[in-house]
Ligand binder design. Structure first.
Ligand code: JD2
Length: 266
């Protein structure tokens, strides 16, 4: 996969050199280009913003530098690969508080693309015509990290890159750790423990040291379901009742959580 990022703060992307993303780049599984939007300005002040039409507070990112940046990246003008055939092409991803909320399912979809271009806005965002015009040439996805307001798209792009890159074949090594994690099955993870067996008066739950793998699996499932019910009732409500067995339903109703469609449980 190749990822290009356009931003007025290229220094924000230092973390992409580190850790597992850095390793994915070193091993050739991932190529990353980070580009300063101001290199596509032509005035002495390298202006990227102007006041909003219709009035209101703040500034809006002007379309011209964005248009040139996207032209260059899609065409491969800076030594970047060209977009290529449709399907094997390039998708533009634009973080915005007005976007669709980013999910693990979206991370999977984006991880299947050959090329991604992330456009990081600042101020009150990017002139909408940049996205509308880009959409005539490539798929464009406006995404939000969640219901809170950031200063700009940079941190959102770091988050999405991390979620996407760890799904690339060969990056994580252990396929099991992908399959069993939170959100893969619509329930939260159970708590985890390591040595020592007692720490500051807190013991590791005895069952995890019992060696009884059947009871351990059942305990972990119980913990995961109870956590999900307490912390993320939205996830519990969205669960396919067919993924819950009679024991799951008994556990949850014993803890005061009624499961919708529980009569359908196996
Ligand atoms: C951004 C801003 C519009 C007010 C570009 C914020 C985001 N979950 C999320 N919260 N905020 C953002 C985000 C992303 C890009 C930009 N701003 C500031 N925009 C109204 C403030 C500018 C995501 N993803």
């Amino acid at each position: 996969m190749r990822i290009d990022v356009v931003t007025i703060f290229p220094e924000y992307f230092g973390p992409l050199d580190l850790s597992l993303i850095g390793k994915a780049r070193a091993s050739g599984l991932l190529e990353v280009g980070v580009h300063d939007l101001r290199t596509w300005t032509h005035d002495v002040h390298r202006t990227v913003d102007d006041s909003p039409y219709g009035g209101g507070p703040g500034m809006v990112m002007r379309p011209e530098p964005w248009g040139e940046a996207l032209d260059a990246l899609v065409a491969g003008g800076r030594g970047e690969p060209a977009g290529g055939a449709p399907g094997g092409g390039v998708r533009l991803v634009v973080p915005t508080p007005a976007g669709e909320v980013f999910t693990q399912a979206m991370a999977h979809d984006l991880a299947a693309e050959q090329r991604l271009i992330f456009a990081c806005g600042r101020y009150e965002g990017i002139d909408q015509r940049v996205l509308d015009h880009a959409a005539t040439r490539m798929p464009v996805t406006e995404v939000s990290l969640g219901d809170y307001v950031l200063f700009g798209g940079e941190v959102a792009v770091l988050v999405m890159c991390e979620a996407i890159v760890r799904l690339l074949p060969g990056v994580l090594g252990n396929a099991d750790s992908l399959a069993e994690e939170s959100h893969a099955h619509g329930v939260l993870e159970s708590p985890v423990y390591t040595k020592p067996p007692e720490w500051r008066g807190h013991p590791v739950p005895e069952i995890l040291r019992s060696g009884d793998h059947g009871r351990i699996a059942r305990w972990r499932r119980d913990q995961a379901l109870l956590r999900t019910a307490r912390r993320r009732p939205d996830l519990l409500a969205a669960l396919d009742p067919g993924t819950l067995d009679k024991r799951d339903v008994a556990l949850l109703s014993g803890a005061g959580f009624q499961v919708r469609g529980a009569d359908m449980a196996k």
